[in-house]
Design a binder for this molecule. Structure first.
Ligand SMILES: Nc1nc2c(c(=O)[nH]1)N[C@H]1C(S)=C(S)[C@@H](COP(=O)(O)O)O[C@H]1N2
Ligand SMILES: [Mo]
Length: 370
């Protein structure tokens, strides 16, 4: 069943399906490491409701609120009236690595590993250009997005929405994207047009966007006011009122070990270890440290040049693994000198967001042959 749904949405057999309906799937770690850009068939999917299958000829985008001129744009308008831009950007769900937090204490929601993240080259118009055409008024502080998919988890059920501060919305990196890796956006990723907000949690990159509103306050939508908020421990995540906790925006510095697999059995000796590192907003990755002795000593991984300031930094290192049980630890530093914290327990929060504790895998090595 899960396999069938994955194929239905154009996904490869390598993705891990967490839910068939709504469709939610995590990328394979071994596949993520192979290319700096993730193919559409291997890109993770996070849906809160059924995928709306929209006719691109009938789709319209309205731009309204605190603007001098409201706009109603067809896909042709968007493509003909505005310059086209390509941005390589990583999307990452705020729930990425939730499974690690759930081991500390129960958390409702999909037990995502480190594969709720992927990178694509997005093609579209700059949100800033569209806002300039509408003429945002002074006094506007937020830009809200709304899509037609109805999420049953909101009470009462509600369309998916989000907002970002206007300063972010005016950044050159924020796109209204119709293309993904040189192809039209697939339905499951938001066709005909989605917002791409690089450096922010994935939830702000609203798929199937059809309404943009320039406003004084953040969106009142469930996914801005109630979900995707970091709550203090001790709060019931099902009954927290709107406005509780802090609304998540820019991602925290994070990394993951992609290969070898956690739990692998392999020969001792020189072994290639690979992963990704990513930070929030316009912060880059400065360093990735690797430890084989629980964090007493560290060596530095080699960093690949990221495709853009908005995409992850793949890293690699060859480690001489001793025979026996081995734990490999990775931690990333970003360009603001923020570093991943050691433990998951102090990061625990009722909805399981922002697990950026040190990444760890445990291996068993067998004696070198001969
Ligand atoms: N309309 C709409 N947009 C959405 C969502 C959704 O459920 N509906 N999920 C969000 C979340 S939580 C994430 S992490 C990203 C995932 O994007 P992807 O499915 O293209 O990987 O889309 C975001 N945009
Ligand atoms: Mo997400």
């Amino acid at each position: 069943m899960a396999e069938r749904t994955a194929t239905m949405w154009g996904k490869s057999h390598d993705v891990t399906v967490h839910q068939s309906d709504p469709f939610n799937a995590e990328s394979s770690l071994a596949v993520l490491v192979q290319e700096p850009v993730t193919s559409a068939e291997d890109f993770y999917v996070r849906n809160h409701g059924p995928v709306p299958e929209l006719d691109p000829r009938l789709w319209r985008l309205s731009v309204e609120g605190m603007v001098e001129r409201s706009l109603e744009l067809s896909l042709e308008d968007l493509q003909n009236r505005f310059e086209h831009h390509d941005v390589a950007a990583t999307l990452q769900c705020a729930g990425n690595r939730r499974s690690g937090l759930a081991k500390v204490h129960d958390i409702p929601g999909h037990p995502w590993g480190p594969g709720a993240t992927s990178t694509a080259t997005w093609t579209g118009a700059r949100l800033a250009d569209v806002l300039a055409a509408a003429g945002a008024e002074s006094g506007a502080h937020h830009v809200a997005f709304e899509a037609p998919d109805i999420a049953p988890e909101a009470m009462p059920p509600e369309r998916f929405g989000a907002s970002i501060p206007i300063a972010k919305a005016l950044g050159n990196e924020v796109l209204l994207a119709w293309g993904m890796n040189g192809h039209p956006l697939p339905a499951v990723h938001g066709a005909p047009v989605r917002v791409v907000v690089p450096g922010y949690i994935g939830a702000r990159s609203v798929k199937w966007v059809e309404r943009i509103s320039v406003q004084e306050r953040p969106s009142q939508n469930f996914f801005q006011s109630t979900a995707y908020r970091l709550l203090p421990p001790g709060i019931d995540p099902y009954n927290a009122p709107p406005g509780d906790g802090l609304a998540l925006g820019p991602l925290a510095v994070n990394s993951a070990i992609l290969t070898p697999d956690d739990g692998a059995v392999l020969p001792a000796g020189p072994t290639a270890v690979t992963g990704y590192a990513l930070s929030g907003d316009d912060r880059g990755i400065a360093r990735v440290d690797i430890s084989l002795d629980g964090g007493r000593s560290w060596q530095q991984a080699d960093l690949d040049e990221p495709l853009s300031p908005w995409s992850w930094t793949p890293w690699r290192i060859t480690l001489d693994l001793p025979p026996g049980d081995v734990e490999i630890i990775a931690r990333a530093w970003d360009t603001s000198a923020a570093v991943q914290p050691e433990h998951e327990a102090p990061l625990w929060n009722p909805k399981g967001y922002f697990n950026n504790a040190w990444s760890r895998i445990n291996l068993t090595t067998t004696d070198r042959p001969g």
